[in-house]
Design a protein around this ligand. Structure first.
Ligand code: SAM
Length: 270
């Protein structure tokens, strides 16, 4: 586990007194780049949704299946991974480059800890980079030198908003964020979204904890998540609970609260 006292975290812009989204996600992925305050937050969520660790795993698994589809069948070679989180196993560049080694991947996150730990990733190859930026300012991301260096906006791009849009309030205009990004990429580009979903009473209770302790976002309904793809061709099977999106193996007959806590899908820009 990371030690609050080990470094001058504040000099890196890292606040160890409040939970952060990236670090709490690291907790549920059973990573080691998190602090006591993050683990305490997850303990509270686990009281409401004991399956929260499985939910994180479903999200990582669908991220892997989605990127495999995008780099494989869809033939994409450029990935803009927004709200990328701390490096973990089977990151976007590892999945995409295992299919096409020339794939470019730009990771974007607004938490400075992602850049601090992402440097190891940076060293991994010349087609991968990490940028600190805020998805609520999509124009700045699109204009960013590092983004422009690795992404050619004349060729199709996989725009990934995986596990992030539920951290945006309605007045932070998630639809505007999506539209600005998708307007900047050509036909054949794809949009990949997963999001917490207000799909049960437990989800609604967990949302209250998220808003209270992290101060961010809203869990949306399946219909609201589907509307984010407006104007794009939604691929089969549509916007569904994550374990049901093109599963590699058999899926359970009855879905639990945890199976239904996050929904997602992929669409193609016509
Ligand atoms: N995309 C990864 C995945 O699905 O496995 C990580 C998801 S993690 C739950 C959400 C990430 O979004 C965190 O690392 C957090 O720092 C980042 N994030 C939240 N709000 C953001 C914003 N406004 N701009 C950029 N990144 C943001």
């Amino acid at each position: 586990m990371a030690d609050e006292r080990q470094y001058d975290w504040a000099s890196l812009g890292i606040d160890v007194t409040k939970p952060s989204i990236a670090r709490t996600y690291d907790v549920v992925l059973r990573g080691k780049d998190n602090f006591e305050v993050d683990r305490a937050f997850v303990d509270e969520i686990a009281k409401i949704v004991p399956e929260i660790y499985d939910v994180a795993a479903y999200n990582r698994q669908v991220l892997g299946r989605g990127v495999r589809y995008l780099a494989g069948e869809a033939g994409l070679r450029q990935f803009l991974d927004l709200g990328s989180g701390l490096p973990t196993v089977q990151n976007t560049h590892q999945v995409a480059q295992s299919i096409a080694p020339e794939s470019s991947v730009v990771y974007v996150d607004n938490d400075p800890i992602v850049l601090a730990h992402g440097r190891a990733l940076l060293a991994e190859n010349e087609h991968t980079t990490v940028v600190t930026a805020d998805v609520r300012e999509p124009e700045e991301i699109l204009a960013h030198d590092e983004v422009r260096r690795l992404i050619d906006f004349g060729r199709p791009v996989a725009v990934m908003l995986v596990g992030i849009l539920h951290h945006l309030h309605d007045d932070e205009k998630p639809q505007r964020v999506v539209d600005t990004l998708m307007d900047a990429v050509p036909s054949g580009s794809h949009l990949f979204i997963t999001s917490f979903c207000a799909s049960s009473q437990e989800a609604v209770d967990a949302e209250v904890q998220y808003q209270g302790l992290l101060g961010t976002g809203r869990f949306r309904t399946p219909a609201e998540i589907e509307r984010l793809f407006a104007g794009l061709d939604l691929l089969e099977p549509g916007v569904v609970p994550l374990p049901l999106w093109r599963p590699d193996g058999p899926v359970p007959n009855e879905l639990t609260v945890g199976h239904r806590l996050m929904y997602g899908g992929i669409a193609r820009k016509p």
